[in-house]
Design a protein around this ligand. Sequence first.
Ligand SMILES: [Zn+2]
Length: 307
Amino acid sequence: MIVGIDLGGTKIEACLFDDDLMPLVRRRIATPIASFDDMIDGLVDQYHWACAQAGTQDLKLGIGVPGFVEKGTGRLLATNLPGTDKSLPQVLEQRLNAAIATENDCKCFALSEANGGAGDGAETVFGLILGTGCGGGVCLNGRLVRGLAGLPGEIGHLGIPVSFAERLPVLICKCGRVGCYETLVSGPGLRILGQSIAGLDIPAEEIAARAAAGEPRPAAALALWSELVCELLLTIQASIDPDQIVLGGGLSKIPDITSILDSQMQKTLMQGLPLPQLSVARFGDASGVRGAAMLHALNLTSATRKI
Ligand SMILES: [Zn+2]
């Protein structure tokens, strides 16, 4: 058995998996964010709970984090979690006496969907999260492409092209840059498009539902969002040219999302070339925690990166 944990800004989800990565039991707790030590206590509590469920105290642990574990120092770099100079993997290994693997949560998602998920069997898979933020990960033959600093797939912080400048609000991103894709293709971004284009201050899900019902103003907001997402898919096509793009996050649950984007892809992506196949995550919200557990199953622990 293996323990997977998805560490988020609001909740810590733990799941115990069998050796075939089938989920056995899961539990969510609120993330203690008052301090780094409190957050570690939450992770330790979840790990001990999973071990108790398994009836053993000696399980490997994989953790997906909403940011990066810095190469070399092991510091957690995440804007919505408490920071510290301490090494997250080292502190946890000392507390738990267990093998710890950490990886960016979008990378965990991509790994899960490339192995047994919607992208299973494809040579190159791009996992794209469109949720509270926007991020991704790249897998080649089922293995994560890590790059120098773990950045491949971190496309939410690329800039929206100037060709959109007159049609869109230009916003400051959480990363500090101006005009990142994440500011408008994420769930909060679609809401802002609804305000800006349609004069409607309603959640992204409602924009999608009212667009599907034929209301013109929400449909216009959703169409512009779709255009922007496909511009981002063009960047993915031009830089990585994946066989499969697997969508995850809250916006992947928009009804008919693949057909909405497929028709726009025909206009935006490079013409006369095979287009990547677009699909929705097979494991849904559970894909991140499954990918975290998989870090061990595929022998892809952070230890191999000499943290
Ligand atoms: Zn940004």
